[in-house]
Design a protein around this ligand. Sequence first.
Ligand SMILES: Nc1ncnc2c1ncn2[C@@H]1O[C@H](COP(=O)(O)OP(=O)(O)O)[C@@H](O)[C@H]1O
Ligand SMILES: [Mg+2]
Length: 254
Amino acid sequence: MDALDIRNLRKEFLFDGGRFPALKGITLSIPAGMFAVFVGKSGCGKTTLLRLVAGLEEPTEGTVGVRGGGAPLRTGIVFQEPRLFPWLTVEENIAFSYRSMGKRPTEETLSALIESLGLTAFRRAHPSRISGGMAQRASLGRTLLYDPDIILMDEPFSALDYFTRAALRDDLLHLWQERRKTVLFVTHDVDEALCLGQRIHVMDRGEVVRIFDVEDDYPRDIASMSGLKREILDAIGNGTCCGAHHAKEKAAEA
Ligand SMILES: Nc1ncnc2c1ncn2[C@@H]1O[C@H](COP(=O)(O)OP(=O)(O)O)[C@@H](O)[C@H]1O
Ligand SMILES: [Mg+2]
């Protein structure tokens, strides 16, 4: 399968009567099957980038596509909050987007997926009866069943407690190693980026400022990666207070 190819991608939003560039002309490509991470502070444009790749927003300039111009890639997105339908059971939620394409998963496919997500005992439970971690697993299951070429994940574990987050990261790595889908995973957590990324893109104020290829095997020993962590933190721009800086930059460009 072809790589994801992003060329000169720019996205401006109207702000205070002016135009504010949330993404300032990003060019990069990602090989098929890669686990790619985007890390940066709040407001640096991570969600905007994913929304453009998903086709939920139109670029102001530039393109998102496949090198060689193959068929458009099918993307599936997992959000920070699980977005399950409260009136549907776990398994009905997982099957929902698949059914909405007019298809019906076989019992075998559905059961295997639910098992691999550790949700078998809860498949007939409603979202109000399960934990946040389980809800996020169900949300991931919904995307996996739909079987997109690229899985987009927007800080999917940020709302979970430390231990649940660590367990879900491990499970996500296992699922990815089985299926080898291309993953674009967004986080503001540098340790999470180090745990997961084959390639870590550091974003700052609408730009990808550094790219690190990480060769370490999984599961990773984060403690031994302190040198890389330092480099990533430096690239993120430790000194600037993002919110205040952004407000100024927005005012200046308006
Ligand atoms: N729909 C929108 N309208 C106006 N400004 C937006 C919109 N979406 C995002 N922005 C602005 O673009 C910048 C990047 O936002 P976002 O992509 O959500 O960042 P991140 O996900 O890294 O926190 C922020 O300054 C945000 O306020
Ligand atoms: Mg965001």
